[in-house]
Design a protein around this ligand. Structure first.
Ligand code: AMP
Length: 580
């Protein structure tokens, strides 16, 4: 089967797309939505929810849900959901599994091959973790693709024949990437990438929440420790206000009471766009260094950039657009939907992998975003000092790449060397990210300076393989960083797949009912008492219909509920509108 799906596995939202005869196309989910929130929940019955339903549950029962887990991919962090422990790979795996079910429902047959995007600035461990998540979900991961590269592909594909240099500025919920890409004669060449793996719109939301609480004499950290429900509700209010402030100049935030409930006297704080901008400005300043670095690495001045492209939900903020325009001296563009462009580009790349006719003449090259190297000791004359980082592959080298460098033993009769592999830009090894280490034995006895060749091979997925060869014997040791203790082994992945198979999920055709029910319950708790009666009756009717199991009756009651909820979001009963 040549069909390969492109997946944007986002911090906040995820999307799947494919390359059809009319170009790249988003695959809708079970609710008919084009984006699936990257949120996982477990409801009272122990059933797993993914997407919009989980996001609704998260507001009321934060302890039953997890979001933003992309931030912890490739770390040892575990997340507790309804008393059950998950690793980030499993949670991402559940999102990917849900996208797989959506694609299968859309095509009416199984699909298994995928191209999954990651932030360009994801390190080796984070990439491995993403591949593991894909496997847990039952995907064959054909390629890991950098998000800004995917966005550039989407633009490049839509503007075939264009020769220009693009700067892709990608600020999502939790990550920031910036890449310089050159398009010429059907070739798309990434010149350089830079970024930060923990900077995004969620930081802005938290900054708003912290300031709102500060204004009431409270500290965010203390409230977070005392009442997760209060924080999750406040964060939801602040996110809405933040998004509304991309359009309006003032928005209101309702602050839940200490027990997390909205009470009749609930304080309502007004936030202006000016305040928001002042609060997030110090965080946003962190985009400047990566932009300078990416231009420097691409050996271009800002005037040589023909176009600046915006990707990611947080680029909807006028402050972000203005700051980018000021830094780069030109108005950025976002002709393609910034929430969908990464998935669309991934679909084009997926078409390349699956050899779709439409993309036969598109060639894409990418770069290694970090310097990769080993720890060495230096003979400084009076002393030998260790702990230095010695690059083997320089950052922004075009991939795939294979480089070899010769090292030698330090002392006579040294029979073994320990190769410690790092990723990063610091001169000191321990200030970079350790990727793993291994031993090379069998060095024949003799004087110091016995040569050992170390070859680094970095593949198209950004995955590193290292080979060390003792020159005197020709014997070599290969070390794939995938086997590093921090990554999941194949047997761990198999165990995770088995554990996933045991989780209960709602049948696909019930997902919409589940979502409406949870949304109605969330709104019910937010409503002033005089409106609760109406919604309460609609909810009772819907629950009775669900118990009766007659599809026509269920649909009728659901529509009535949906009408109420739509009106609630639209008519100002919700002071912040429904711009999520
Ligand atoms: P992404 O990861 O690209 O889906 O981006 C999600 C982030 O974009 C979240 O932090 C959202 O709050 C933020 N976002 C989405 N829409 C808007 C908007 N209209 N104004 C400001 N931020 C937004």
């Amino acid at each position: 089967m040549n069909l390969v799906i492109g997946i944007d596995l986002g911090t906040t939202n995820s999307a799947a797309a494919f390359l059809g005869p009319d170009g790249a196309q988003i695959i809708p989910n079970a609710l008919g939505d084009r984006l699936t929130p990257s949120v996982v929940g477990v409801d009272e019955s122990g059933t797993v929810l993914v997407g919009a339903a989980a996001r609704e549950l998260q507001v009321l029962r934060p302890e039953r849900c997890a979001g933003l887990f992309k931030r912890y991919m490739g770390t040892d962090r575990k997340l507790t959901v309804a008393g059950r422990t998950f690793i980030p790979e499993e949670l991402s795996g559940l999102v990917l599994r849900s996208l797989k079910a959506d694609a299968e429902a859309f095509f009416g047959h199984p699909v298994s091959r995928a191209v999954i995007t990651v932030p360009a600035y994801f390190n080796d461990r984070q990439r491995k973790a993403t591949i593991a998540a894909g496997k847990i979900a039952g995907w064959t991961v054909e390629r890991i693709l950098n998000e800004p590269t995917a966005a550039a592909i989407a633009y490049g594909f839509h503007e075939a024949g264009a020769d220009k240099k693009l700067l892709v500025f990608d600020l999502g919920g939790g990550t920031f990437d910036v890449s310089v890409v050159e398009l010429f004669e059907g070739t798309l060449e990434v010149k350089a990438s830079s970024g930060e793996s923990a900077l995004g719109g969620e930081d802005f939301t938290r900054a708003v929440a912290a300031r709102v609480l500060l204004g009431l004499g409270e500290s965010f950290e203390q409230v977070e420790a005392r009442s997760p429900k209060r924080v999750s509700r406040l964060v939801q209010q602040c996110e809405r206000a933040k998004c509304a402030l991309s359009r309006d100049v003032v928005a209101a935030v309702r602050v839940p009471a200490p027990d997390g409930e909205f009470k009749p006297g609930t304080p309502q704080v007004t936030v202006t766009r000016e305040q928001l901008e002042a609060w997030v400005s110090p965080t946003l300043a962190r985009i400047e260094l990566p932009i300078r670095r990416v231009l420097g690495d691409a050996r271009l001045t800002r005037d040589q950039i023909d176009e600046v492209i915006l990707v990611g939900g947080a680029t909807r903020m006028p402050l972000v657009v203005n700051r980018v325009a000021a830094l780069l001296g030109k108005e950025p563009r976002c002709r393609l939907n910034p929430d969908e462009v990464v998935a669309l580009g991934a679909a084009v790349q997926a078409g390349l992998v699956g050899r779709a006719a439409a993309v036969e003449d598109l060639v894409v090259t990418d770069v290694a975003p970090f310097t990769l190297g080993v720890e060495i000791s230096k003979d400084l004359g009076a002393e030998v000092r260790d702990g230095y980082f010695d690059p083997v592959i320089d950052r922004n080298t075009t991939i795939p790449v294979s480089r070899v460098k010769r090292y030698s033993t330090l002392v006579p009769n040294q029979r073994m060397i320990r190769v410690k592999v790092y990723q990063g830009e610091s001169r000191r090894a321990d200030e970079n990210l350790s990727l793993g280490e291994f031993e090379v034995r069998g060095i024949p006895p003799g004087p110091a300076n016995q040569p050992v060749d170390i070859r680094f091979t970095y593949d198209l997925n950004g995955v590193l393989e290292i080979e060390a060869t003792v020159v005197a014997t020709g014997k070599s040791v290969t070390h794939v960083i995938a086997k590093h203790a921090q990554g999941m082994t194949e047997s761990e992945i198999r165990a995770a797949v088995a554990a996933m198979a045991k989780l209960k999920t709602h049948p696909r055709d019930e997902e919409a009912n589940r979502f409406v029910l949870l949304r109605a319950e969330r709104v019910f708790e937010e409503l002033p008492s005089e409106l609760r009666d109406v919604l309460g009756r609609l909810l009772d009717g819907f629950e009775a219909a669900l118990a009766g199991q007659d599809p026509a009756v269920i649909a009728r009651h659901r529509e009535a509920l949906e009408r109420f909820l739509a009106a609630y979001d639209a008519d100002g009963a919700d002071p912040n509108g429904g711009d999520e």
